[in-house]
Write a protein that binds this ligand. Structure first.
Ligand SMILES: NC(=O)c1ccc[n+]([C@@H]2O[C@H](COP(=O)([O-])OP(=O)(O)OC[C@H]3O[C@@H](n4cnc5c(N)ncnc54)[C@H](OP(=O)(O)O)[C@@H]3O)[C@@H](O)[C@H]2O)c1
Length: 294
């Protein structure tokens, strides 16, 4: 049985992946803080290179999935050096430890490595991040090492039910706004390929079981703007769409790429994975509504 270490296991993706992997593999989990009981859990800050090396050698996993990152885009812009430490130096620490025991690293990256002027980006399209978050994630990709052994998975706007206390994702935030009768102004200009967390986890599981290496885009099947996505959410959950107003401009600290939509053909073909549209993802969430804890 393969031994897997998930780093960032109490995050949205990390915990979903843990739930799906725990009965199939020998699982080890870690994060910077403890929020929920998990198998073989320990605390780890990826900035601490010595501890990363020590724990990785001690556990000796076949595969490490690195989901941990500083993920708040505006906070990364504000605290640039901290974002670099976590997303670049932290990734390098994990990659080096991984190399020292010849295990495989699966690194989770983002559509924000692109500038968003082209849309429908395939894996070998030219990167050109326009935010510090995007830059640090791209530099993280460069630290991963040999892609004939390791893997980089780029994804986009992850959504799904929060199963431990996690920060809101766009869908749970939107539902909270709608259910409490609050009005929201939602941007029309940002397009993405929003990704149901369960669909992304399934893709990562296939990378592990099929022993795939290289670069993959695993994201939703449709390129949609935030306003249209908000309307889909409201309609699916039978909430009041009149609470949602479109805007074409938002003033935020970090710049966002307008259309960094990911082409998912390679994941679909090579992993045999059905990537879900936002409507299919929302329907899945509606069916599994009992899982919602916050
Ligand atoms: N969310 C999105 O829409 C999105 C889109 C594209 C790509 N991604 C990428 O997908 C991955 C997963 O995203 P997510 O939304 O699941 O993230 P998340 O919910 O924000 O969770 C991030 C995880 O990283 C851990 N972490 C942060 N700093 C750490 C450190 N220094 N040492 C160890 N652990 C640390 C956090 O632990 P604590 O909570 O204990 O601090 C948490 O478990 C990230 O790499 C992100 O860049 C996300």
């Amino acid at each position: 049985m393969k031994r897997i270490l998930i780093i960032g296991a109490n995050g949205l993706l990390g915990y979903n992946l843990y739930q799906k992997l725990k009965d199939k593999f020998e699982i080890y989990t870690c994060s910077r803080t403890k929020r929920v009981e998990m198998e073989n859990f320990f605390l780890l800050d990826i900035i601490d290179s010595e501890n990363v090396r020590k724990k990785v050698i001690e556990i000796d996993p076949d595969v490490i999935v690195l989901t941990a990152a500083m993920t708040r885009v505006d906070l990364c812009e504000k605290e640039k050096s901290k974002a670099w430490d976590v997303n670049v130096v932290g990734t390098q620490n994990v990659a080096e430890a991984c190399r020292s025991i010849n295990s495989k690293l699966i690194y989770i990256s983002t559509d924000y490595v692109f500038d968003g002027t082209k849309g429908k980006y395939v894996e070998n399209d030219t990167t050109n991040p326009i935010s510090h978050y995007g830059l640090t994630k791209l530099e993280g990709e460069k630290r991963v090492g040999d892609l004939s052994i390791n893997c980089i998975v780029r994804t986009s706007v992850i959504y799904g039910w929060n199963e431990v206390f996690q920060r809101q994702n766009f869908v749970t935030w939107m539902l909270n706004q709608l259910k409490s009768g609050k009005k929201s102004t939602i941007i029309t200009k940002w397009y993405n390929t929003p990704t149901l967390v369960d669909n992304l986890s399934e893709g990562i599981i296939r990378i592990i079981t099929k022993e795939k290496t290289g670069l993959f885009h695993i994201a939703g099947a449709n390129c949609i703007n935030r306003y249209e996505f908000a309307l889909e959410i409201a309609r699916t959950f039978e909430e009041d769409i009149s609470l949602i107003t479109p805007v074409d401009k938002l003033t935020l600290l970090a710049r966002r790429p307008e259309k960094p939509c990911l082409d998912v053909s390679k994941a679909s073909t090579e992993l045999g994975l059905k990537l879900l549209t936002t409507q299919e993802g929302l329907d899945y969430m509606k069916k599994n509504i009992k899982k919602w804890k916050n």
